[in-house]
Design a protein around this ligand. Structure first.
Ligand SMILES: *Cc1c(COP(=O)(O)O)cnc(C)c1O
Length: 401
């Protein structure tokens, strides 16, 4: 696709589907299941991939094309497909390439449903996996098998906020001729561009920061034309297509991604700095705090530290639960990447089915709280956290203003 714009913000705002005869300024929503053919010859050419154009919304649609064109510019990839959810993107990006007998090397710190695909769904089709520890990169190369086809990672990880060195991993994947697939949902292309470091597939849950306002589910798979052709074939015939309405929302949302991420990260850094050394906390983890064990790596591969912070409250599991119950403003919800700050307690919710040892292996301590920092005034967010820390200690005081 032609790219007349140099800068991220301009690409995100000015990449638009072609204006219609109505000369609209904002892109319309193309709620149509199919597109008409001018004549038999055009229909033949479209179906035979001799001409580019829309046929049926399960294959492509102007709103989804606009979203994908933008994401390609922002991530620095040639091509992509939009999907109905992040999980449809994760699944399509793997299933399009893997067959019985193949093996996936994956980071142990993965989104829950991605973990279910690898451990419960793929084994039914003879596709195996090995988990590698995110904090022991030196162990990864030995885990590559003769039948390994793909490496799959998330960085920063959820909720551990550990990082994978993408430059190192890109080289490892290239040396072994493996497909490197990076779920870039937490960082977004504004903070980190995995393709620049050698990822051949970049996957997204657009539900998070790309929508950024907690309204819709969506996803995308991005990569080279050659690889995306495989994913497109898979999607075209298995149907994970995004609704044009949601594609329109997500494309509009990208227009404000840069300003939103700047503010998310600014708020998050202020909160992390404030909470560091707090007497009620065992630790605070945030990639752009100098105390983060991979702070240098974060500075190298991320523009800013992201919107997620974790901290471990003193008092373990019960204190963690009590802390959540005492929040007044911050939402208690499983989603993240919203304008509204939200909090979760992984040990008693998302990761409660794991054993204590499994939780420790991915950095989930009993008192760990994950905050997805929103766009409210940072003092209101801090006041709520401070108030809940105090109230969960059993000492009820009026929150400082
Ligand atoms: C939410 C999420 C997903 C799944 O996305 P959905 O849009 O909910 O299907 C995948 N990976 C990561 C890292 C996520 O946070």
């Amino acid at each position: 696709m032609a790219n007349p714009y140099k800068h991220f913000e301009t690409q995100a705002i000015r990449t638009q589907s072609r204006q219609s005869e109505h000369r609209e300024h904002s892109a319309p929503i193309y709620m149509t299941s199919s597109f008409t053919f001018e004549d038999a010859e055009q229909a033949r050419a479209l179906f035979n991939d001799e001409q580019e154009g829309n046929i049926y919304t399960r294959f492509s649609n102007p709103n989804n094309n606009e979203l994908v064109d933008k994401l390609c510019l922002l991530e620095g990839t040639e091509a992509g497909i939009a999907t109905a959810s992040g999980m449809a993107a994760m699944f399509s990006s793997m299933a399009a390439f893997l067959q019985a007998g193949d093996h996936v090397l994956a980071s142990r710190s993965l989104f829950g449903s991605t973990h279910q695909i690898l451990t419960k769904i793929f084994p039914k089709w003879g596709i195996t996996h090995t988990y590698a520890d995110i904090d022991r990169p030196e162990s990864w190369e030995a885990l590559i098998q003769k039948n390994t086809k793909m490496i799959f990672v998330e960085t920063p990880s959820n909720p551990g906020l550990d990082l994978v060195d993408l430059e190192w991993l890109g080289q490892l994947a290239a040396a072994h001729n493996l497909l490197l697939n990076v779920d870039n949902c937490f960082a977004t292309p504004y903070l980190q561009q995995p393709a620049k470091w050698g990822a051949q597939l970049v996957t997204h849950s657009a539900t998070k920061f790309i929508d950024g306002q907690g309204r819709t589910i969506g996803g995308a798979v991005l990569g080279s034309k050659e690889l995306i052709n495989e994913v497109r074939f898979f999607g075209r015939h298995t149907g994970p297509a995004l609704s044009p309405f949601n594609g329109w929302i997500l494309s509009k949302s990208l227009e404000t991604l840069a300003v939103r991420m700047d503010k998310h990260c600014d708020n998050a850094l202020k909160i992390a700095e404030y909470l560091e050394g707090h007497p009620e906390l065992e630790f605070v983890k945030y990639p752009f705090l100098p105390s983060h064990p991979q702070h240098d790596l974060a500075r190298k591969q991320m523009r800013q530290g992201g919107a997620l912070i974790t901290f471990n409250v003193k008092g373990g599991l019960e204190r963690g639960r009590l802390f959540l119950d005492q929040l007044k403003m911050i939402s208690f919800t499983a989603n993240l990447g919203d304008t509204r700050t939200s909090a979760t307690h992984p040990a008693s919710t998302t990761h409660s089915k794991l054993s204590e040892a499994e939780r420790q292996a991915v950095g989930i301590y009993p008192g760990l709280v994950r905050i997805s920092v929103g766009l409210e005034n940072v003092n209101d967010i801090l006041e709520d956290i401070e108030g809940a820390l105090r109230a969960s200690k059993g000492v009820r005081q009026v929150a400082a203003s």
